[in-house]
Design a protein around this ligand. Structure first.
Ligand code: GUN
Length: 296
């Protein structure tokens, strides 16, 4: 079997177009423009690229983008003061503090200072608890994008065996909660899991988010399974710097029913879902109906 390639770039463009349509309607009918504030501390090159891309796509969707760039030496109290100012600003519906933060800053403290209703990353402990108990929450963007692609490809996920590889707070754990919410039988495997190949081979759905280049190979995959590769790893190959996922693409694609490529799979969905979450936050803040198909 040769897997169907799930085109995350096209899917993300569709989500962004849907968001832009809703934003235009909010403006015309309610005089509202959703606003996203992104806080970047320091000059990490990868973070700068992400933040620039987020700002550009926010504006393209018709929303307001507020960028706050702080020096790497900023004090925790100054950063918390900025978060408090953004919490109080009615033009700001979503707040994202770009991670990782410099070591002298306590990320948990800063994230938990964000108003949960504006926490478009879904990282605040209140949102984590709401998701874990099946209540309405802000859902982390990468797992949300992965879920959207799975639902689009498979329809109902009910009763399927899903294996999530990786247990991070940002992807693995919320992904497992979302799959459970869609009535999958969920296993979380990780770097210490024994017999991981045999466990993954049981899966109708594999979500690889472990951060190890090409760890999952085709012999781990059940024929016809759907493989979502969340990994983005930069490696040297034949003297070139290349991006690869957590799955060995060629061998997995030869066995799977469908697979997301790297790049062009899950990656583009993350910012699209950030825009969707900002729109959702704006609608909730104003007591308006939420757009359909853009939340979990
Ligand atoms: N750094 C890399 N990805 C992300 C993300 O999705 N959210 C935040 N806040 N920081 C990140």
């Amino acid at each position: 079997m040769t897997a169907k390639v799930i085109d995350g770039k096209a899917f993300a463009a569709g989500i962004r177009a849907k968001v832009a349509t809703h934003v235009a309607r909010l403006k015309a009918e309610n005089g509202l423009t959703p606003g996203l504030a992104v806080v970047l501390v320091g000059e990490d090159p990868a973070s700068q690229v992400y933040v620039r891309s987020k700002g550009k796509q926010t504006v393209e969707a018709g929303m307001n983008s507020f960028e706050h760039k702080l020096d790497a030496t900023v004090s925790e109290s100054d950063l918390l003061a900025l978060v408090a100012q953004l919490n109080a600003d009615p033009a700001v519906h979503g707040i994202l503090v770009q991670l990782p933060l410099p070591k002298h800053l306590n990320s948990d403290l800063v994230i938990n200072a964000i108003d949960p209703a504006k926490d478009v990353d879904g990282f605040h402990i209140s949102n984590v608890g709401l998701l874990g108990t099946g209540q309405k929450s802000m859902v982390p963007c990468t797992p949300l994008g992965s879920l959207m692609m799975l639902r689009d490809h498979l329809g109902s996920l009910s009763g399927m065996n899903a294996v999530v590889i990786g247990r991070s707070n940002i992807v693995g754990k919320p992904m497992a909660q979302l799959l459970l919410g869609d009535s999958c039988t969920v296993t979380i495997a990780h770097s210490r899991t024994k017999n991981i190949e045999a466990i993954v081979r049981q899966a109708d759905i594999v979500v690889a988010a472990v951060g190890r280049p090409e760890m999952v190979t085709g012999d781990w995959i059940k024929p016809g399974a759907t493989v979502i590769d969340v990994g983005i790893n930069r490696i040297e190959r034949d003297g070139k710097n290349v991006l690869v996922g957590d799955c060995d693409y060629d061998s997995c694609a030869a066995v799977a029913g469908a697979i997301t490529p790297v790049p062009g799979g899950v990656g583009p969905m993350t910012i699209a879902c950030l825009l969707a979450n900002t729109l959702t936050a704006c609608c909730r803040a104003n007591g308006l109906a939420e757009p359909e198909g853009l939340t979990a």
